[in-house]
Design a protein around this ligand. Sequence first.
Ligand code: C2O
Length: 341
Amino acid sequence: GPVQPPDLTKCHLATDAALQNQVYCCPPYSVETTTQIYDFKLPDPSEPMRTRRPAHDYGQQNLEKYKAALTAMKGLPLDHPWNFFQQAQIHCAYCQGAYGQVGYPDVDIQVHQSFLFPPWHRFYMYFWERILGKLINDPTFALPFWQWDDPVGMQFPDIYLDPNSPLYDVHRNLNHYKTLMDFRYARGDPNPNSSDYPKIEGMNLHLINRIFREGLRTPSTFMGEPVVAGQVPRCPGQLQLLHDTIHQWSGPETSPFWDMGNFNTAARDPIFFGHHANVDRMWHLYRNFNGGNVEFKTKDWLDATFLFVDENNRVVSDSLDAEKMRYTYETEQLKWWNIPK
Ligand code: C2O
């Protein structure tokens, strides 16, 4: 059967991926919130659409809103479920083993390395975006996406680089500032020479093109392999693998690779959400290329369920039948779509 939501009362210590240390990342939900779990409801169709725009072309006004919202989020009491740090802890909890599966206490819930990767992160960002909008009273607030599938986005976007901005994070690979990202990057690689940029940009575009071409034939190639309750997921899709490289490229090169290079802490860097908005956009494009078809029609996918705290501070349980979530992506020209093999 499908992976079930965690029993919040049984949250336990998790493990930092690099240090193999025990870490605490259970949510600060109150007893009342956890005994009353709401079913996810799609937003009302009359709600305004949130249009996510590229980070390199986000617009000054949007940036000011984003900064205000993040400042508010970072200023919440540390035990508030919307607090920036607590929101990052959600990622730790679902990825570093804070929850044993109901019925399989020795198998932790893990939302990477399988077909749960795209939908879990979709919900995660969906609530993050709505909470931020709520904090500034703006129902149109929409996240930027880090458009690394276009040469203009194959570097850290400027909005994340201002040390005085709440979008900044000190735990990054400073050596990669203002350099081109190579999708073949592995930790320790030297920066490419600028004379090689055109070639690397071309190879990056080809890689995305190939991920889509191959993935369109087989959803599990793109999304990740199916996983069921009680099973340890081990087969990430091509989308996750590319995403992993970008995490490593963003984070520092030395252990424990905080923030972006380690699942424990990755979401403590605001760029995480720009990165994942683009991962989500890749899935959005993938589905459009597939004529809007849902990738997996099995209950194991459609009924896999997670728990998040929403913008009304309620714990909601989400399964994957969600559509019409009232956000979309600005349409961009896709430089990788029509390129010859
Ligand atoms: Cu849950 Cu980018 O990883």
